[in-house]
Design a protein. Structure first.
Length: 544
């Protein structure tokens, strides 16, 4: 059994460089604290060669030419740690979250996928570089040995079984993660390497250093083993970025969103997943001249003040960062934020990617991703509420409908299957009830908009009807059905509805009134209504 430890050196520095790739290879120092007491908490090798050291005051560090000074970001560290976990889960399902900068993988069973341990380490490094991290990878038969080797050796290190003491002998004691007091004591004793620590007698060491001395001695001798503490994989991916200067225009905002989407999609690709829902959250810079409304604080309404949130429901799971950026730009153009943005947060709900099987002799269908971009462009022109699929509304108002999100092919198939199951249930009821099954339902073709008409009444019942330049005699009439509603709205309705069997005359005079024969309606069963508010008659539709 083998284990691989992935260690990210200078983790808090790499977390910032991962969000700002332009800083890679430049002298960088991170500061933390409240001004004017900000001090350097970490610096890379380039900054150390220039003379910068941890603990230095920010004002003193700013005097070094070419030094980039950035604040430490806890949010970026959390995102980098989540990306490190995704890298581990992309290789092995058994993973231990050892520290913010260290994870341990169980490599059991991976020999069928990779030819050697070196190939496993190379694959881990490649996927880490894709996610913006440069790690050290160590593979050994012992968990603690792998962790120590990852902190002590750069690049990829493979330690064969039985060679652990010899390979770890020259490593400094600091790779064992001792406390500062213990490090000072060991330096006074002249113990600087793991081999020198392992050569000390354990009993006198325990008398002077206690339990920590016993633990360090066992690690230096590569004695003992433990089981892996497994971590549960997460299915929610998030990336954040805090901005030093607020962004007001769409172009610079799109550049930052593209960077975050690249990181998010790289993590999704490492886990062989895709985004089904994309959530955007902006923290806006408050206006200096805007007074606070205490009523909004006591009774919050909708989104909090200074927060812009938007959810993008994707038609199919996707992880193409360029396509997601185009879609997000179109949504922001249609509904832009109302203030400058000082913090960006992107989150994705993960789902399995769409798998398609193309036909050999069938043309290729358009990608649903491109269709979603087209729909977003149309929504930017006519409005989001005017694009989609029409659906009925739970109301008694005739002809009422609403626009819902357009369903992709897979979702449409599911909806069709549900409708077919409902139809089978109704058919089974019809089979059990012969009288129910004997009734053949009629279809109704609605006229949009309704056709204006004129009616002649006889004793309060329709006798003749005129519409579209034709005259028809009413053979039978059923009604009236009086309905009304929505009195609280600006457009209430009050209708008196009739079902009429109409026979249109075919006289020469009627044919001369309408020269176009195709425009003459056919005889049949029509639905007409009287609008009491407009005081006019209309033809709603015909029964087929």
């Amino acid at each position: 059994m083998a284990f691989a430890s992935i260690f990210v050196p200078d983790f808090i520095l790499q977390a910032v460089v991962r969000a700002e790739p332009a800083l890679r290879g430049r002298a960088l120092a991170l500061v933390e604290g409240t001004p004017p007491l900000c001090r350097v908490v970490a610096c890379n090798a380039e900054a150390a060669r220039a003379g910068v050291a941890p603990g230095m005051n920010k004002t003193d560090a700013a005097e070094f030419a070419g030094l980039e000074i950035c604040p430490r970001s806890r949010a970026q560290e959390q995102s980098a740690h989540a990306a490190l976990l995704d890298i581990g889960w992309s290789v092995s399902p058994h993973l231990e979250d050892a520290a913010d900068d260290t994870i341990v993988l169980d490599l059991a069973g991976l020999s069928h996928l990779f030819p050697s341990d070196e190939a496993i380490g190379a694959q881990i490094v490649q996927r880490s570089c894709t996610c913006g991290l440069l790690p050290n990878v160590a593979i050994a038969a012992n968990i603690e040995t792998a962790c120590i080797a990852a902190r002590g050796f750069s690049g990829i290190a493979v330690i064969p079984p039985g060679e652990e003491p010899q390979r770890l002998a020259d490593l400094p004691v600091s790779v064992l993660s001792p406390s500062l007091e213990t490090v000072e004591v060991l330096n006074l004793w002249g113990v600087h390497t793991c081999a020198a620590l392992a050569a000390l007698p354990v009993l006198p060491l325990s008398e002077r250093l206690g339990q920590e001395g016993i633990r360090l001695h066992a690690l230096a001798r590569v004695a003992g083993s433990r089981a892996l503490v497994l971590a549960e994989p997460a299915h929610f991916f998030a990336e954040e970025m805090e901005l030093d200067d607020a962004v007001e225009e769409l172009e610079p905002l799109s550049f930052l969103l593209g960077r975050l989407l690249d990181q998010l999609c790289a993590r999704l690709a490492a886990r062989a997943l895709a985004a089904s829902v994309l959530r955007v959250r902006f923290e806006q810079q408050p206006s200096p001249g805007k007074a606070r409304d205490l009523r909004d604080e006591a009774f919050p309404r909708g989104n909090p003040a200074g927060i812009y949130e938007k959810d993008l429901q994707l038609p199919v799971p996707a992880r193409d960062s360029k396509m997601l950026l185009k879609l997000l730009r179109l949504r922001l153009q249609a509904n832009p934020p109302g203030a400058p943005i000082c913090k960006i947060a992107l989150a994705a709900e993960a789902a399995r990617p769409r798998a398609t099987q193309g036909g050999l002799f069938r043309p290729r269908y358009p990608d649903p991703e491109k269709l979603e971009i087209t729909i977003a462009r149309l929504a930017g022109v006519v409005g989001e509420k005017n694009v989609g699929s029409p659906a009925p509304v739970d109301t008694h108002r005739p002809g009422e409908f609403e626009m819902q999100r357009f369903l992709a092919a897979a979702e449409a198939v599911k909806a069709a299957e549900a409708a077919a199951a409902n139809h089978r249930n109704i058919a089974s009821l019809d089979a059990c009830n012969p009288r129910r099954g004997s009734v053949v339902p009629a279809s109704f073709r609605s006229f949009r908009p309704p056709i204006p008409a004129a009616l002649e009444l006889d004793a309060g019942r329709p006798a003749r009807i005129f519409f579209q330049g034709c005259c028809g005699n009413v053979q039978a009439a059923s009604g009236p059905w009086r309905t009304s509603g929505d009195w609280w709205r600006e457009d209430p309705w009050q209708h008196e509805e009739w079902d009429l069997e109409i026979h249109f005359c075919s006289s020469a005079e009627g044919e001369r009134r309408d020269a176009r024969a195709n425009s003459q309606p056919g005889s049949g069963l029509y639905c007409v209504y009287y609008d009491a508010l407009q005081r006019r008659w209309f033809v709603r539709g015909i029964y087929d």
